[in-house]
Design a protein around this ligand. Structure first.
Ligand code: PHE
Length: 442
């Protein structure tokens, strides 16, 4: 069946897509570094002002057309003029997955290591060297990225209501429960309040144009905007599903999870006298070290990394589904139509290749695999967050704002003046200004 069978299933699958490494891994340290409460306020403003209309818009494009990112633009505009944009989205999500599976592989590796008690007795130096050894070990990283790809593909093997929907209904409540338990555990640690202050104390002096850009980028990334995931899930919505309500609930979940993730990380870091480091180090070196000092170190580490795995896999599922649906639809009218199973296999194999290239480049195994001096991991990460997702967001808002005939969305919430104003003017202008600024043109 090419649709979800229940409203709650759609909501949990969409929340699964949105809640990922962005909320749990990136959000805490960026918020901590970039002004704490002030950054959080900015993030929430960007999410309400731009995120909300853009999420609704993508769901609507999918729901009204009933098509994946390949056919939706043609169906709604009645012409082929937007096909280049459909292909751009497909390229964006392919590049996004090329590094996302790598980090998902790290999470799986760390969960396995935690479960087999590897971290017990390791000090900071040992943990740093454990991480560096892993990060320099291309074959091991490739194996774990492939495990992540195979896990994702095995869910997509089933029809969406049996695979994605069923799994989201089990995993997402588990994820929320784990997050809440871990957050309670951390907040009540002696000295945990210093971490909460670090996270929430607003420091408005840190707010610069660059930080505004970062808040907007973070908002789009955590909401899964701009790469066709929400269009694809929108096309599986039951007819009577309310897009506005689904969007509001999905966004609320993302904000709550991001804040909970910060409440897990920082109280623990400060309670044990660590300093909040940036990036991968925080999650993969500092936290395992912090967990060693807690009452049940193994259980806490396993729970935390299991949570990261669940969050990451429910996101990779939505990314891979974009292309699986795209390929099925794009080949449907050709001499060689591909069915879902064939499409899953081909798309997964492509990801094995792109992730392997990414890993070979980041470990320095193949020296010439670089883009303008950066390894492929950093290059694709920056390209997706700074360029491709904003282009996706800009394109979808201009598309609905200017190119979809009114009759198509008559009667839906999109027809209201405020919505159209945001999609036609406010969002495009804001994205362009931020864009120009990030390339130092403004
Ligand atoms: N929202 C996911 C996260 O926060 C990332 C993502 C982006 C997922 C785009 C799907 C599509 O990690």
């Amino acid at each position: 069946m090419k649709s979800f069978s229940s409203k709650i299933g759609v909501l949990l699958a969409a929340a699964g897509s949105a809640v990922g490494l962005g909320s749990i891994w990136k959000f805490p340290y960026i918020a901590g570094e970039d002004g704490g409460g002030a950054f959080i306020i900015l993030y929430i403003i960007c999410t309400m002002l731009f995120g909300m209309p853009l999420v609704m818009n993508e769901f609507m494009i999918g729901k009204l057309s009933g098509k994946s990112a390949y056919g939706a633009f043609r169906e709604l505009s009645g012409s082929n003029r937007w096909q280049w944009f459909a292909w751009t989205i497909m390229l964006s999500v392919t590049i996004l997955m090329s590094f996302y599976f790598v980090v998902t592989g790290w999470c799986i590796y760390y969960m396995v290591a935690a479960a087999s008690n590897t971290f017990t007795g390791m000090d900071a130096a040992a943990l740093t060297s454990f991480f560096n050894t892993f990060e320099g070990h291309a074959p091991l990283m490739i194996v774990y990225a492939i495990i992540a790809i195979v896990l994702t593909a095995s869910v997509l093997w089933f029809d969406v209501n049996k695979g994605i929907e069923r799994l989201s209904k089990i995993l997402m409540p588990m994820l929320f429960l784990m997050l809440i338990l871990l957050a309670i555990h951390m907040v009540f640690l002696d000295g945990g309040s210093v971490g909460l202050k670090f996270l929430f104390k607003p420091d408005f002096s840190k707010i610069t144009p660059k930080v505004i850009l970062e808040a907007m980028g973070m908002s789009f990334f955590t909401l899964s905007i701009g790469v066709g995931a929400l269009i694809t899930y929108g096309s599986y919505m039951p007819k009577d599903q309310k897009v506005t309500l689904t969007s509001v609930l999905m966004i609320a979940m993302v904000i709550v999870v991001s804040l909970l993730a910060g409440m897990i990380v920082f109280p623990a870091v400060f309670a044990y006298g660590f300093s909040p480091s940036e990036g991968p180090e925080l999650t993969f070196v500092t936290l395992p070290d912090v967990f060693q000092h807690m009452i049940c170190p193994s259980l806490t580490s396993v729970a935390f990394f299991a949570l990261m795995c669940v969050a990451a896999i429910t996101s990779t599922i939505s990314m891979l589904e974009v292309i699986v649906a795209f390929v099925c639809e794009a080949t449907a009218d050709t001499k060689r139509p591909l069915n879902r199973h064939q499409s899953v296999i081909i798309v997964s194999l492509i990801q094995v290749v792109t992730n392997t290239l990414c890993i070979l480049s980041m470990t320095g195994c193949v020296g010439w695999l670089k883009v303008m001096g950066s390894n492929l991991f950093d290059a694709s990460n920056n390209l997706v967050t700074d360029v491709l997702i904003p282009i996706g967001a800009l394109g979808t808002s201009l598309f609905t704002g200017w190119f979809v005939p009114k009759a198509k969305y008559q009667g839906s919430r999109l027809g209201t003046f405020l919505y159209m104003f945001v999609l036609r003017w406010l969002a495009p202008i804001a994205i362009i200004i931020i864009f120009l600024n990030s390339f130092n043109i403004l």
